[in-house]
Write a protein that binds this ligand. Structure first.
Ligand code: B16
Ligand code: MG
Length: 217
């Protein structure tokens, strides 16, 4: 029986991936590294410090900065990112998300969040959907970024369901891999997520009807 649906945040509920990119790009330029949108796609679902490590590796500078300097660079990125979140409102929800959250609630299925973003609570508040979730996994307690299943397993535990009773929804390759590794059913938003059990082109296709069809297939 389907007992819970667990959402990723960035790229599923709202489009903050581009804001992450712009903030990282400004930090990267300061240290002489070029990153583009294609590179940024690989950072989706990857924690802040792991993202920085990937950027430094990409620029051949993985040994150029001390741990304290890395923390400072990550803080600079976060300050820029948080500043850019100021424009978020309920209108920033991706198409179909408000409706599918309401329909899942109506069906008495639990709703969870599995975002590795430390900014997730503030983002949910800005979007005015913080009360739509029965449980949000705490990113600050997570040791491993996606594709490790840890955050999805933490969300299942918090919702008091087994992974086999839940569907996970993601827009990133690493996220779909995390859902599959947790042994949940996976929904991928994006045409290139070939490992997802159900692939949808965009969030406006994400309806309660399609989720239940997928569950019973
Ligand atoms: P923060 P998700 C992830 O969120 C983002 O996809 C990723 O780009 C970001 O680096 C990570 O959160 C950490 O975010 O710097 O705000 O803590 O996709 O898991 O919702
Ligand atoms: Mg995402």
């Amino acid at each position: 029986m389907l007992k819970a649906i667990i959402f990723d945040l960035d790229g599923v509920i709202t489009d903050t991936a581009h804001l992450h990119f712009l903030a990282w790009q400004r930090v990267a330029v300061q240290i002489g590294i070029h990153i583009d949108e294609e590179f940024n796609a690989g950072l989706k679902g990857i924690s802040r410090m792991d993202s920085l490590a990937r950027i430094l590796r990409h620029g051949g500078k993985e040994k150029a900065y001390s741990q304290a300097e890395c923390v400072q660079l990550a803080q600079t990125k976060n300050t820029l990112y948080v500043e850019s979140l100021k424009g978020l409102t309920r209108d920033s929800l991706l198409p179909g998300i408000a409706q599918v959250l309401a329909d899942i609630r109506e069906a008495n299925v639990r709703i969870g969040l599995a975002s590795v973003s430390l900014n997730a609570p503030a983002i949910l508040k800005a979007l005015e959907i913080d009360r739509a979730f029965d449980f949000c996994a705490d990113a600050s307690r997570i040791q491993h970024s996606k594709p490790h299943p840890e955050i999805f397993l933490a969300a299942c535990a918090g919702l008091d369901v087994t992974p086999e009773q839940a569907i996970g929804i993601e827009d990133a390759q690493a996220g779909v891999a995390a859902i599959n590794a947790a042994r949940m059913l996976s929904v991928g938003i994006g045409d290139d997520l070939f490992d997802a059990g159900l692939r949808l082109s965009s969030t406006d296709e994400l309806t309660w009807h399609c989720l239940t069809d997928f569950w019973h297939a």
